[in-house]
Design a protein around this ligand. Structure first.
Ligand code: NAD
Ligand code: DAU
Length: 343
């Protein structure tokens, strides 16, 4: 079995490469990644020694390059993680989200159709469903919830999902889609809330909480996301969408306070700052289809998963400190300077 993993130098893709190499010693895993600011080959150091692993640098939206690659490699399965993935960046610079997330997906779909892959899997997000009100804990996103996006990021992911489903209906391409809630775990880029708060708390820097910190996210350990995708690409039906989530809803403030408690840092580090424009209030996934049809069960509860994750950041300081000392500095001052001054 030859699997193309796109975006495998990013957070979830990198974890997926490790997961698959460990679980399927006879599979060949090809990792295609453009190595944007979010791609980091340090994440894949261990995989590099494995003869079943290959890295290729390239852009999923480069039609000529992708077609040649697919013709040469004859992949069985494509798992598309490659994306611009940060909501705040999509507010500052939406255009690249269309190029990578929408056009890039269509280019991959076309190449998959032309070369007859067994499965094209799109790694999507619960953000395509928009948000839920804070005062209705009884409501959850199901696969039937209408798409109703808020940010340029989620709009681009929803557009991509529609192309994936169109390639199934129109051309019979065997596709599947997973829509997962917020992930956390090792190799998470420190622009996202959990690693940002861990790294800043460790440096005794202020923790910028958007608005009042009341927004709710449904956290899933990245390994549980990997196991869901593994089940879907092997046993999921073509043309189907599967929601992935483990019922671990927390307000942002609860998460930040948990991190501070674990690190024995004072709550006075919290700084309330200007809210994210269009900020989604609550995400909450109903994963019962995946559980019922494919027997998926998450391994980690948030309370243990977050402790393991904090420990990972303590033990892998050089991985995230290298990122903080590079290009990321420019983004941080662009996104936070005014917020922190006003907060
Ligand atoms: P990430 O930003 O950490 O990684 C994205 C990777 O894609 C990077 O390695 C980057 O270099 C690569 N990439 C970007 N543009 C590319 C291009 N044009 N060609 C090839 N490679 C390119 O993202 P992540 O958090 O690991 O998310 C992976 C996928 O999962 C995304 O599609 C995202 O929408 C989805 N998702 C993320 C979460 C989450 O909580 N992080 C939850 C649900 C779904
Ligand atoms: O739900 C899945 C999505 O989760 C994925 O599709 C996205 O790729 C991923 O980035 C994530 O999106 P969020 O916007 O939910 O994640 P983020 O870590 O950026 O923010 C989590 C919450 O924390 C959100 O309510 C905004 C808030 N936040 C974030 C940052 C970066 C803060 O309060 N302060 C911050 O500095």
């Amino acid at each position: 079995m030859k699997i193309l993993v796109t975006g495998g130098a990013g957070f979830i893709g990198g974890n997926f490469v490790h997961y698959m190499l460990d679980k399927y010693p006879d599979y060949q895993i090809v990792n295609l990644d453009l190595l944007t600011y979010a791609g980091n080959l340090e994440t894949l150091k261990q995989a590099e020694a494995n003869p079943n692993y290959t890295f290729i640098k390239g852009d999923i939206s480069d039609r000529g390059f992708i077609m040649k690659l697919f013709q040469k490699e004859a992949f069985d399965i494509i798992v598309n993680f490659a994306a611009e993935s940060h909501v705040d960046r999509s507010i500052m610079n939406p255009g690249i989200f269309v190029t990578t997330n929408v056009l890039g997906t269509q280019v991959l779909l076309e190449a998959a159709k032309e070369t007859g892959v067994k499965r094209y899997h799109q790694v999507s997000t619960d953000e395509v469903y928009g948000d839920l009100p804070l005062d209705r804990p009884d409501l959850f996103f199901t696969e039937e919830t209408p798409l109703h996006t808020s940010s340029p990021y989620s709009a681009s992911k929803a557009s991509a999902d529609l192309f994936v489903l169109a390639y199934h209906r129109t051309f019979g391409l065997p596709v599947s889609i997973s829509r997962c809630s917020n992930n956390y775990g090792p190799y998470h880029f420190p622009e996202k809330m959990i690693p940002l708060m861990i790294s800043r708390a460790l440096a005794d820097e202020s923790l910028p909480v958007y608005g009042k910190g009341e927004n709710i996210r449904d956290w899933l350990h990245v390994e549980d996301h990997c196991s869901a995708i593994d089940l879907i690409i092997h046993g999921g039906n073509a043309g189907e969408v599967y929601n992935v989530g483990g019922h671990n809803e927390r307000t942002n403030l609860e998460v930040v306070k948990t991190i501070l408690r674990e690190l024995k840092k004072p709550e006075s580090l919290i700084q309330y700052v200007t809210d994210r424009p269009g900020h989604d209030r609550r995400y909450a996934i109903d994963p019962s289809k995946l559980e019922r049809e494919l027997g998926w069960k998450p391994k980690y509860h948030f309370d243990t998963g977050i402790r393991m994750t904090i420990q990972w950041y303590l033990e892998h300081e050089s991985w995230w400190k290298n990122i903080l000392s590079g290009d990321y500095k420019n983004y941080f001052s662009q996104n936070y300077r005014e917020r922190l001054e006003q907060g």
